[in-house]
Each structure stands twice: as C-alpha cells, then as structure tokens.
Design a protein around this ligand. Structure first.
Ligand SMILES: Cc1cc2nc3c(=O)[nH]c(=O)nc-3n(C[C@H](O)[C@H](O)[C@H](O)COP(=O)(O)O)c2cc1C
Length: 184
C-alpha cells in the first residue's frame, strides 16, 4: 500500500510538532512519498499534473498541517483548490481518487481537551475538519479520520526550553499512531 503525505506547513523551517510527526512516520514508512509543498512551490504555483499523478499513484493520502484559524493553512487550501480539480478528483469523469483513503493529521496550539463541546474551542477537531471528510465523500474516497495533537506551540527564544520535550514526545506518539493506521 502506497502512502503520500501532503505536507502543508507554510513555514517548515519553524516547525517542531509537524516536523517531529513527519520524521516519526517516515522512519516507520520509508517509502512514503512526502510532498513538501512550501519548499517545492514557494510561489504557490503548483505543478498540477505532477501532483495529480503523485496522488493517483497512492492508496492513502495524508493531509498534514498545523491548524491555522480552525482550518488548513492557506497554502494547503490552495493546493486542494488547484490539484483536487474537476475532471480529476470529482465530476462525471473525475474518478482518479476513487477508492483511496484520506487521513487528516494536524496539530494545534490549544490543548486537545479544549477542542470539545462546552470547552473553550467549542467543537471537536472532527467537527472542524468536516470539509476534509466531505471532500473525501465527494471524491469517492474513504475518510480515515483525524489524528489531532494539541498543546503544540513552541516558539524558539520565546517558549521555555523545557516546553520542547513534551511536545516532541506527544508528536512522536501522534506519528506512531499515524504509522499504525497506515500498516493496517
Ligand atoms: C496564523 C496562525 C493561526 C493559528 N490558528 C490556530 C487555531 O485556530 N487553533 C489553535 O489551537 N492553534 C492555532 N495556531 C497555533 C498552531 O496550530 C501551532 O503553532 C502549530 O500547530 C505548531 O506546529 P509546528 O510546531 O509544526 O509549527 C495558529 C498559529 C498561527 C501562526
């Protein structure tokens, strides 16, 4: 089973959490194709054909990103707008993603427990990620769920140095969980 990860962090050089998750999964699933979209396309002009072929070659697609304003970062949203196009991903002739699995892997600065009804963020991450679940449905894909880790906020020079280790550990657990989903 072939996996592709669309790595949608707009500032990968500043990442601690998503970088750790990516490295953990990659160590377990070395043949995973990772598309570093901020590095490949710093101008946001995607090679749509190449990206579509890469997606079509995979059985499982992971969307991996830090949550920005309760959603995908703009770069990843643009990637989806451009690459998951009519005639490729959906529409009467758009069947290239049919039967594949889509998984969301995301991190938030706010703690995991804040993402619940009655808590500060009011909704679960499953609720916020409804657009991904519905995208999967429209494209004839199976939605494999959301893997979410909260409390992921480390700003070098600002955050306390001791804050780093718990974030790394939590993100390693996240990476292991993702890898176990891929091995099923
Ligand atoms: C523009 C912006 C918007 C953000 N919006 C949210 C948000 O809606 N909810 C949240 O809990 N954290 C939010 N955060 C925090 C990020 O999700 C957090 O910094 C990120 O998950 C850390 O991952 P990284 O170490 O890979 O960069 C935001 C951060 C930025 C820069």
């Amino acid at each position: 089973m072939k996996t592709i990860m669309i790595y949608g962090h707009p500032h990968p050089e500043l990442s601690l959490g998503n970088k750790t998750i990516l490295e953990t999964v990659k160590a377990e699933i070395p043949d995973m194709d990772v598309r570093h979209i901020a590095e490949l396309y710093s101008d946001g002009k995607f090679d749509i054909k190449a990206e579509q072929e890469a997606l079509a070659a995979a059985d499982t697609i992971i969307l991996k990103f830090p949550v920005y304003w309760y959603a995908y970062p703009a770069l990843l949203k643009k990637y989806i707008d451009d690459v998951f196009a009519h005639g490729f991903a959906y529409g009467s002739t758009g069947t290239r993603l049919k039967g594949k699995t889509l998984i969301v892997s995301c991190t938030t600065g706010a703690p995991y427990d804040a993402y619940a009804e009655g808590e500060f963020q009011s909704h679960t991450m499953d609720t916020y990620m409804f657009p991904a679940a519905q995208l999967a449905k429209l494209c004839g894909m199976h939605f494999g769920g959301v893997v979410h880790t909260g409390g992921v906020m480390y700003i070098p020079g600002v955050s306390k140095p001791e804050a780093k280790e718990p974030i790394i550990k939590a993100c390693q657990v996240h990476g292991e969980k993702l890898a176990s989903l891929l091995r099923r």
